[in-house]
Each structure stands twice: as structure tokens, then as C-alpha cells.
Design a protein around this ligand. Sequence first.
Ligand SMILES: O=P(O)(O)O[C@H]1[C@H](O)[C@@H](O)[C@H](O)[C@@H](O)[C@@H]1O
Ligand SMILES: [Mg+2]
Length: 279
Amino acid sequence: MADEWQDPYDFAVEVAKIAGKIIRRAAEEEIKVNTKSCTVDLVTATDVRVEKIIIGAIKEKFGEDTHCFIGEESAAAKGPSVLTDKPTWIIDPVDGTTNFVHGFPFVAVSIAFAVNKELEFGVVYSCFEDKLYKARKGKGAYCDDEKIEVSDIKDIHKSVVISEFGTNRNVDVVTEICATMKRILLIPVHGIRGTGTAATNMCMVACGAVEAFFEIGIHCWDVAAGAVIVQEAGGVLLDVDGGPFDLMSRRMMSANNRTIADRVIKEIKIFPAERDDGK
Ligand SMILES: O=P(O)(O)O[C@H]1[C@H](O)[C@@H](O)[C@H](O)[C@@H](O)[C@@H]1O
Ligand SMILES: [Mg+2]
């Protein structure tokens, strides 16, 4: 049987690189910043423009009506992001918008593709580093065409863990996040890091630079592409309570193996986050 999704996969790689080039160029010009859910949840004209370009290119290539889209910048206008069985592109045009605004050089284009509610592939282009991460279900994960694998560390004391503070400034939430970070530091782990983009953080797990990355409050477009990349690199993808990963839950734990994941999970205090699909 012909490989039905190879063409969309190749196209996603092509489009992510084009989008990254546009982002790099936009970073040299004046950046127009707006806010979304709160004063620290930033969006720029580039986020909106790049999403339109990506979706426009996919529609032109594959037809207007055959594919569905969940895109960060068009999501609010559409209401809850419901994943159906139809081929669906899940897009974060600029993951790491705060980084982009401040010139902190970790910004990624994240493009994932799901069919029958299952992720088929993910592409993450870290555009200032010029590194392209990609994975197709069952076919391994790659960075710039080189196969990548998670680290084989099982001893938590020899691990590096990534987490992020996110954009929620509710005092109780911030207190819980800080307390969780403190508990993880005191395990002790070698260190806690964060690139400011969930997509890139997941690629750091996938290529063995860190052992785990977890976050509560991320959205499906932040982690959909990274989810395929981590799993295809041999890692595990879970809910922050250790249960099965749910793309719409806004909770995600990715790790090199179950031992590391379970140890980090022990220290996570979970706080509520409204689901992406409104359920
Ligand atoms: O830059 P974004 O596309 O908005 O995604 C960010 C998110 O805003 C921030 O809250 C998270 O901590 C990051 O991990 C996301 O990638
Ligand atoms: Mg994002």
C-alpha cells in the first residue's frame, strides 16, 4: 500500500523551514506585541502571519476541505479545539513567543499531523539554531537527518530536568510550581533547565540532552509535534500523574524512561488547567 502520509510529512518539513526563515527575518524588524489571556501571554503580528502562511500553504497543496486545522492563533476564534478522526494539522507557528519578543534565541515552528485522533508525525524547526527535528510514527526520530535517541540514564541523581513557569500568574499556581521545582532540585538532580519553548524542550528529551520535561498549562499545539519526536526517540510520554498522555489535557510529562518519569512525577503538585477541548 502506498505510504499515504509521506507527502504531508515531507511538506510539513518544507513549510516549517519556510516559516522559520520568515521568523528569523521578522526578528530583525520592529516586533509588534499584543497580549492574549493575560499581560504576560504574548502574541505578535509574526505569530498570526506565519500561522496564516502555514495553513494557506497546506490548503493549497492538499485542498481546502480535506484537512482540518488546530492552530494556536486561530484557536480562540474557533472555540474549543476538538480533535476528530479527520486528518488534522496541529500548528504552533511561533513556539516561544516571549523568547522571540526578547531576542532569546530559542523559537520553534511546531507542526503535527493526526489521523483518527492518533498523531502520525511531528516536525519542530528550532529556527535560530537552524535545527530540524522530525519523526513519523514507527519510523524513528531525527535531527537534521541524523537519528536521535533519548539518554539511557536511570539514576535520577544524574539527570537534568526541564520545566517552565508558563504564563499563569495566579499566586497559588506560581507557589505550587516553585514548590515543585524546589522538591525536584532537592532530590537532588544535576540541574533544572528550560528553553522557553515546549516544542524545543521535548526535542531536548528526544536527543538525550536532558532526561525529562514536564509542564502543566501547555496547549496541544505546544506539544503535539514533540510528542511524536520523544516517543520515536525511545522516550515515554505520560500525564503528569503517571497515567496515559492526553493531548487536550494541558498536562504533559516526557522522559527518557519510565523510571525517571515516575521519580519526577512523585514531586509534582498538580494544579487545575482548563482543557483545550473544553470537556
Ligand atoms: O510561546 P507559546 O507558543 O505561547 O508557548 C509557550 C507557552 O506560552 C509558555 O507558557 C510555556 O511555558 C512554553 O513552554 C510554551 O512553549
Ligand atoms: Mg507554543
